[in-house]
Design a protein around this ligand. Structure first.
Ligand code: OAD
Ligand code: ZN
Length: 335
């Protein structure tokens, strides 16, 4: 058995030996790389390494409010690439969903803006999107709120052509998604929920409620999120599932820390196997595939109806019925 298998066994033991225990996850971009979304800081494959084509003064400028105010285009280019909807959850996301379904999930603190936790079917009461999401927008000048579509619709433009940015109808300020940029505050819910969860962790002994904190797929470099693992009380079991040893696990390792150095999906699958929850994992993946197929076919039907509507309009214009219109267009196509 490899060292990695042993660490996963140790997590499984904790979960089995403490049948009422709950998990707090703290995650970052690394849990979504297998979904085709690059992380930020991995050498060669990370976004910050590949942003040179956007002509930025420094890589993190793409998430900098002052830079965005001067030059919003690089963020639009990135948003188009990263916009939620086209990616499917990883084994790791589904593993968190299974913990929810089994009543063993306390919380997920995520730095990710891909909303894959929600797409995996996790209830939003468990999720803290510490760096916000694309779900809403606001004007950076007067703070007026705008619906999701207000920004999204601008991404349909041809990026080479004359470009129209999302602007506030009140003050003409630039409108941006509610993603936390450098120089902006994290959502209040992040601080409030962490305070509540910390109280729970602190009083876990008296309440006889055990917890484990699992940190995964993050370089723990962006604060205040990066300080969460160090704030976990010493009596609480911590685990790190990551390609490299990072943050507090490196600087102030604890005797009982469990560390798995490798891909987070592999860790998730080994753990599900160890706990006998593999069938649930496979079923969730299958269910997603079927739902996707259904959604795609629904979209096809919608497109077809739209085309038929157009055809009917044309048919009306030229004074024929819809059946004739269809025949005519089929006929024309064959010609
Ligand atoms: P990073 O790119 O900084 O770190 C990703 C971490 O995940 C690294 O330690 C990788 O080694 C590891 N990793 C990559 N792929 C993995 C895999 N398949 N399995 C396990 N580990 C893997 O990403 P974050 O820590 O999430 O801010 O970055 C934090 C914040 O910095 C982001 O939220 C973003 C960025 O600026 C905003 O979007 C506002
Ligand atoms: Zn405004």
């Amino acid at each position: 058995m490899t060292a990695d298998h042993k660490t996963i066994k140790a997590i499984a033991h904790f979960i089995n030996d403490n049948p009422r225990s709950k998990i707090i996850f703290m995650v970052g971009a690394g849990i979504s790389t297998s979904c085709g979304i690059p992380d930020f800081r991995s050498p060669k494959t990370g976004l910050y390494h590949n942003l040179s084509k956007l002509d930025l003064p420094f890589a993190e400028a793409v998430f900098d409010v002052e830079f965005f105010e001067e030059n919003p285009k690089p963020f639009y280019t990135l948003a188009k690439e990263l916009y939620p909807g086209k990616f499917k959850p990883s084994s790791f996301h589904y593993m968190m969903r299974i913990f929810q379904d089994k009543g063993r999930l306390q919380r997920i603190y995520t730095q990710n803006i891909d909303t894959l936790e929600r797409i995996a079917g996790i209830d939003e009461k468990y999720i803290i999107e510490a760096h916000g999401s694309f779900a809403g927008n606001h004007c950076i000048k007067c703070k007026k709120e705008f619906p999701m579509e207000f920004f999204r619709s601008k991404l349909d433009q041809d990026f080479e052509d004359k470009f129209e940015f999302a602007r506030c109808n009140k003050c003409k300020g630039l409108v941006k998604p509610n993603i936390v940029f450098f120089g902006e505050d994290l959502p209040l819910s992040f601080f409030e929920t962490w305070d509540d969860d910390l109280l729970e962790l602190d009083s876990s002994k008296e309440k006889k409620q055990e917890y484990m904190v699992i940190v995964a797929g993050t370089s723990l470099t962006v604060y205040p999120f990066a300080s969460l693992p160090s704030e976990v009380p010493k009596i609480i079991q911590r685990a790190l599932l990551n390609r490299e040893i990072v943050g507090d696990f490196d600087e102030a390792p604890r005797m009982n820390d469990i560390v798995f150095e490798g891909p987070s999906d592999e860790a998730a699958e080994l753990l599900m196997n160890e706990l006998g929850w593999m069938t649930e994992l496979k079923e969730l993946k299958k269910e997603f595939k079927e739902r996707k197929k259904y959604q795609d076919s629904e979209e096809n039907v919608e497109n077809l109806v739209e085309q038929l509507d157009k055809l009917e309009l044309n048919a009306v214009k030229i004074g024929v019925t819809i059946e004739e219109g269809i025949k005519k267009s089929t006929f024309e196509k064959k010609k």
